[in-house]
Design a protein around this ligand. Structure first.
Ligand SMILES: CC(C)(COP(=O)(O)OP(=O)(O)OC[C@H]1O[C@@H](n2cnc3c(N)ncnc32)[C@H](O)[C@@H]1OP(=O)(O)O)[C@@H](O)C(=O)NCCC(=O)NCCS
Length: 174
């Protein structure tokens, strides 16, 4: 995977030792998890297992996941990754999350803009993302990143759950 530099951020691979920053910044925060398909982590061991999965996937050649870090502070404050793709159709779906302490500073917009550019450079022709219909912040991020509303749909609410919820899909094409 490519390390991506933006004005304020370095987007880099996850590495051993990142679990505490991940836990402190987002995985243990239920106000963050409520918008995502994973359950709040109750214990650092949950995040260790997630990081282990990330590292295994990277080792097996999955290149589309970045730890978001602030320049000058090498700790992950968030994550952005490809959560689904259709390589034949050249499109992929991204998901993203950032520490609640840092919401509203334009950091995710900066991240999504840079990552969509990188995904186009990698050969994808379309990048999509989905959010719960009441996730105003995520919708604004997508709009400010140049994505446009594509469709209403439904999504599995949580990994491992049977419940579906309404979502809005956004897309950007190249
Ligand atoms: C959604 C999320 C990624 C936004 O990240 P962020 O870094 O705060 O976003 P930005 O600062 O780039 O905000 C972009 C715009 O959205 C607005 N915005 C962000 N959060 C908002 C909120 N909760 N309510 C209303 N507007 C919001 C910002 O004000 C900004 O608009 P403006 O420039 O017109 O003021 C972040 O809140 C988050 O991690 N939420 C939990 C996980 C999540 O929802 N992930 C996406 C799942 S689909």
């Amino acid at each position: 995977m490519e390390i991506i530099e933006t004005e304020r951020l370095i987007l880099r691979p996850f590495r051993q030792g990142d679990q505490q920053a991940m836990f402190d910044s987002w995985t243990s925060d239920e106000q963050v998890a409520k918008w995502c398909r994973w359950y709040t982590h109750k214990d650092i061991s949950d995040t260790e297992a997630l990081l282990e999965m990330y590292l295994n996937e990277a080792e097996n050649g999955f290149p589309y996941r970045w730890a978001i870090t602030l320049k000058g502070a090498d700790k992950p404050i968030g994550c952005i990754d490809v959560v689904g793709m259709d390589e034949k159709e050249s499109f992929c779906e991204i998901g993203y999350v950032i520490s609640r302490k840092l919401w509203g500073k334009g950091l995710m917009t900066e991240t999504v803009r840079a990552v969509t550019e990188e995904l186009f450079r990698c050969g994808f022709k379309k990048v999509i993302a989905a959010c719960k219909t009441d996730n105003i912040g995520s919708r604004r991020v997508m709009e400010k990143s140049g994505m446009t509303f594509a469709a209403e749909g439904v999504y599995q609410e949580k990994f491992g759950s049977d419940k579906t919820i309404p979502v809005f899909y956004y897309e950007i094409k190249r």
